[in-house]
Design a protein. Structure first.
Length: 65
């Protein structure tokens, strides 16, 4: 994780998503062999994903396509 954090700058652009959520979403996408659209839908509506990713704020469930 520390190596990935080097590529994110909290002074530029809008605030980024929690890195743990992003990595978790990518892992779940590969695990379930989902398309990008299916991954966004699962992140938005699947409560099991919310629990697995420890999503506590509803805004963390929405990603732009």
């Amino acid at each position: 994780m520390d190596e990935l954090l080097l590529h994110f700058d909290d002074r530029l652009g809008r605030p980024s998503r929690d890195l743990h959520i992003v990595v978790g979403v990518l892992l779940l996408q590969q695990l379930h062999d989902l398309s990008d659209a299916a991954t966004v839908e699962a992140l938005t509506f699947n409560r099991a994903w919310h629990h697995a990713l420890d999503v506590r704020v509803e805004a963390d469930c929405y990603f732009c396509e």
